[in-house]
Design a protein around this ligand. Structure first.
Ligand code: F6P
Length: 466
């Protein structure tokens, strides 16, 4: 193999450039040319296949900065249609003309689905990324536990359900070191942002005797909500556990009575007891059927206003009304952007390097994974792409394992804490702190315009002569 292509697809994360950088470093060590395809799979639809040579003469282009969030290659949720054989032939033909002998896709579950059809024609591997931390398995062969829904849940849009009974327990304990792809790059930085947001909202809720509902990303997976526990919210709601609104209102009243403020974190995909997603959902182009979800916090707010009512707040003049006391905030895309923390940078780079090695070793339809155990700590390994599929070929978002969450206290459980500790114990590097000190209030920021890396990459574009 002489030349490899790399692309970034799906929602971005702060660690994508770090993964590309890790791949470029390894490609240089192994004398492989690395070219970057633009905006996910999009450039493959263009007969001229716009691309960038990332390691000319086995050096490194200066735009590829592993500490810069986002991706210099751009990303999209556009995928090759697996049923369109003619388009697939054209696409792969273009890649062959470019001399591409293997592809690294940096992506999540949607990308793993999307790259499948290309694997039959050109060796392709996945280097995982997602702030949602939902690409992985809670235990090997977890996919065997998925069953099809037959009843009302299916009508509500939930066609599959995991049957965790008796799964992966040893002496009745779920073993975290069995997890496949323990954590994905991007999750630590996103959690840093959401937990920080929780801390900041807290003090204002405290001052004004208010109840804050903070919506964090993560779609159907509650890892980001769970990680926000570092910001010490009073209550955490995750999509995996249906909300009992009366129980929630009881907990809110109890906490408010005690401290005159409450901070609730909810994952954007939280559901009510009928299984319905609280927020509004919209179809996307993602091949894993991912929905765009938004607005759960607003729905929760109006339900709590109805149940708790004004009198509760007016008593002892704690606030003027339920409307005034209960407010919502979305952490939103700030979770996906900015400088990646040391944890994400380091492990993203390792996964990028591993993906290069995998292609050179002859892997195809495989995933570079990040494993953790007590003796070795974090280390990279390989997993078969089909190992993430159930018997119907579906890839499901990894859910927060039931032992990680205390559904009665609406809080992270002891086991959940055990899961987070290895990731966050040393997630922030000294340079991350120094970076804030040196750059945020740099007086030059006030007079210099932001210089987007896109303008430089544009000048490096190369094309295939059709
Ligand atoms: O998958 C990453 C993610 O950030 C989700 O947490 C969120 O639901 C979605 O992407 C938002 O996507 P978009 O970029 O289309 O707003």
């Amino acid at each position: 193999m002489k030349r490899i292509a790399i692309l970034t697809a799906g929602g971005d994360t702060p660690a994508l450039n770090a993964t590309i950088h890790g791949a470029a470093v390894r490609a240089n060590q192994r004398n492989i040319e690395l070219i970057g395809l633009l905006r996910g799979f999009s450039s493959l639809f263009n007969p001229r296949v716009p691309h960038v040579v990332l390691n000319p003469l086995f050096g490194m282009i200066p735009e590829l900065d592993p500490t810069h969030g986002g991706t210099i290659l751009g990303s999209s949720r556009t995928y090759v249609d697996p049923d369109d054989a003619a388009q697939l032939d054209k696409t792969c033909d273009r890649l062959k003309k470019l001399g591409v002998e293997g592809i690294i896709c940096i992506g999540g579950d949607g990308t793993l689905n999307g790259m499948q059809s290309i694997c039959d024609r050109i060796p392709t591997v996945l280097a995982p990324k997602t702030i949602d931390n939902d690409l992985g398995l809670n235990y090997p062969h977890e996919t065997d536990k998925w069953v099809r829904e037959t009843d009302a849940s299916a009508a509500a849009g939930f066609r599959y359900r995991i049957n965790e009974e008796g799964a992966s327990t040893e002496n009745g304990h779920f073993q975290i070191d069995q997890m496949v792809n323990y954590v994905t790059p991007g999750f630590a930085t996103a959690t840093f942002v959401s937990a920080g947001g929780v801390c900041r909202v807290r003090t204002t809720a405290e001052s004004h005797r208010r109840i804050a509902i903070i919506e964090v990303m993560g779609r159907h997976s509650g890892y980001l909500a769970l990680g926000s526990a570092y910001g010490q919210p009073d209550l955490i709601l995750i999509p995996e556990v249906a909300i009992d609104i009366d129980h929630l209102a009881d907990r809110v009243r109890e906490i408010y009575d005690r401290q005159r403020n409450v901070v609730i974190v909810c994952g954007e995909g939280v559901r009510d007891q009928s299984g319905k997603i609280l927020g509004a959902s919209q179809e996307t182009t993602d091949p894993s059927g991912n929905l765009a979800i938004s607005g759960a916090a607003e729905v929760l707010r109006s339900r709590l206003i109805d149940i708790i009512g004004d009198d509760f707040f007016r008593w002892e003049d704690r606030n003027t009304s339920a409307e005034r006391a209960i407010f919502t905030r979305k952490v939103g895309h700030t979770q996906r952007g900015g400088r990646p923390l040391a944890f994400d940078r380091f492990h993203a780079a390792q996964l990028g390097g591993k993906a290069v090695d995998m292609l050179l070793e002859g892997c195809n339809n495989s995933v570079a994974i990040l494993q953790w155990n007590q003796t070795e700590g974090f280390h990279v390994s390989t997993y078969d792409g089909n190992g993430f599929r159930d018997s119907w070929g579906q890839i499901h978002a990894r859910s927060v394992h039931s032992t990680f969450y205390d559904a009665d206290r609406l809080q992270i459980s002891t086991k959940g804490v055990e899961y987070l500790l290895p990731i966050f114990r040393q997630a922030i590097g000294a340079d991350d702190v120094e970076h804030i000190k040196e750059t945020l209030f740099d007086s030059g920021n006030l007079v210099r315009r932001y210089h987007s890396v896109n303008t430089d990459i544009e000048k490096r574009l190369r094309f295939l002569d059709p």
